[in-house]
Write a protein that binds this ligand. Structure first.
Ligand SMILES: Cc1ncc(COP(=O)(O)O)c(C/N=C2\CONC2=O)c1O
Length: 412
């Protein structure tokens, strides 16, 4: 019913994906050059999708446009709350009070604010690594120390090192856990047992918990998301962050749901946060939750197929990579260590040698060397071309290395 094979031109839309990669990936300005024109790159880096946003969202925004005035706006009516809480009840069997819901222009800005409101200057923020880097940036921005607890990697399957986590959570200066649930970049969907064990350690040590659940709708078919707050319904030092932005490809509309059950913290948020929203974003998000489910269910099938295609293509063309299909997200987390004998700048290598933009290596704080992360949320034809370029670049690198070794042997 929906055409996820549609090729959509994103040029001249001020998209990070097409225009923001030099600064974000390479931390540089225009000086860096590549043997590819910008439009020739296969873009597998920033986490937004190259699929059209659902028509029901576009129609709701058009309808709001016809109201002709776009003055100061805040979510006053309960209809948005009912749309979102009904979505949560139906899909996760979880609900929350109307007055616990506050809005943010993004989950990143919410993390930046909450770290400041929760942690005193000499206190620490703990998170699982590898990690989405903005968990660390939120702590850094406010001068709070980051505490990393490395996930254990069992040949591509990641699990929490509870002994390490418990030891670090016991530090009385560690007062906040930011949990990525599901996990970017490894794609793990935490089980109820893992969530309960993690939360019990936090409660025992009186930590606050922020559960960043932005990827919670994008699970492989058959997987189930468990909100951390569903496991700990009575613990009010637990903030839940969700959004339509990853699910429906509306990150540019900048509207996120932050659920703060703790009255004191919510009062601080409401007194210090800029509490106005974009009326077009509100209309789009409400339509997403009221009418977007059929599109999402078809998207999940398409993404599952892209993951299977990726697994099979790598098995055939790069048999020594370690890759397990992500349980959630549209991000493939691939260990290419077998093909790179030193800690190479992988994003730079693939931009130069493959014309593919991707993230990897130390872009995920730590515990991520020799990993690349591929965004698979693109038409399959684009995915196939990106994978072909990646495999060709690595195989050419291998052949060159073997030739050089042979020539060195000949000479000696
Ligand atoms: C775990 C997580 N939290 C928050 C965000 C951003 O939330 P926003 O401020 O947009 O509401 C992202 C986006 N992740 C991205 C964006 O590009 N690459 C990534 O890995 C994310 O993966």
């Amino acid at each position: 019913m929906y055409n996820f094979d549609e090729m959509i031109d994103r040029s001249n839309t001020n998209a990070m994906s097409t225009d923001g990669f030099r600064d974000y990936i390479f931390g540089t300005n225009d000086s860096i050059t590549f043997p590819y024109k910008d439009e020739e790159f296969i873009r597998m880096w920033v986490a937004d999708m190259d699929f059209a946003t659902p028509q029901v969202i576009i129609d709701a925004i058009k309808e709001r446009l016809d109201k002709k005035i776009f003055g100061y706006t805040r979510i006053f009516s309960d209809s948005y709350y009912h749309a979102f809480v009904n979505w949560c009840m139906k899909r996760y069997g979880w609900s929350f009070d109307r007055n616990h819901l506050v809005m943010s222009n993004g989950i990143i800005p919410a993390l930046y604010e909450l770290v400041d409101y929760i942690c005193k200057p000499d206190e620490k923020v703990i998170f699982l690594t590898p990690s989405y880097a903005y968990f660390k940036y939120a702590a850094d921005f406010h001068g709070r120390e980051s505490v990393c607890t490395d996930l254990i990697n069992d040949n591509g399957h990641y699990r929490i090192d509870f002994d390490d986590f418990e030891r670090k959570a016991a530090d009385e200066k560690t007062t906040l856990l930011i949990l990525c649930n599901p996990h970017n970049p490894t794609g793990r969907v935490w089980t109820e047992e893992e969530l309960r064990r993690l939360g019990d350690i936090c409660i025992k040590n009186d930590l606050w918990m922020i559960s960043d659940e932005i990827h919670c709708d994008l699970l492989r078919v058959g997987k189930k998301h468990i909100p951390l707050a569903k496991v700990f319904p009575k613990y009010d030092k637990l903030i839940t962050c969700m959004a339509p932005s990853k699910t429906f490809n509306t990150a540019g509309l900048m509207l996120s749901n932050i659920i703060i059950p703790n009255n004191k913290l919510r009062e601080i948020w409401l007194s210090r946060h800029y509490n106005f929203d974009n009326p077009l974003s509100v209309a789009g998000a409400q339509a997403a939750y009221e009418k977007g489910e059929p599109w999402l269910e078809e998207l999940r099938v398409y993404l599952d197929d892209n993951f299977i295609f990726t697994r099979d293509y790598l098995a055939e063309n790069l048999p020594n990579v370690v890759f397990e299909i992500s349980e959630a997200t549209y991000l493939a987390w691939i260990n290419v260590r077998a093909y790179f004998n030193e800690v190479e700048n992988l994003p730079l290598f693939f931009a130069h040698k493959a014309g593919v933009l991707l993230e990897g290596g130390d872009m995920f704080v730590q515990n991520s060397d020799s990993y690349i992360r591929l965004n698979l949320a693109c038409p399959k034809s684009v995915l196939a071309e990106g994978l072909k370029r990646i495999c060709d670049a690595i195989n050419t690198k291998q052949e060159t290395a073997e030739l050089e070794t042979h020539q060195a042997t000949e000479i000696s």
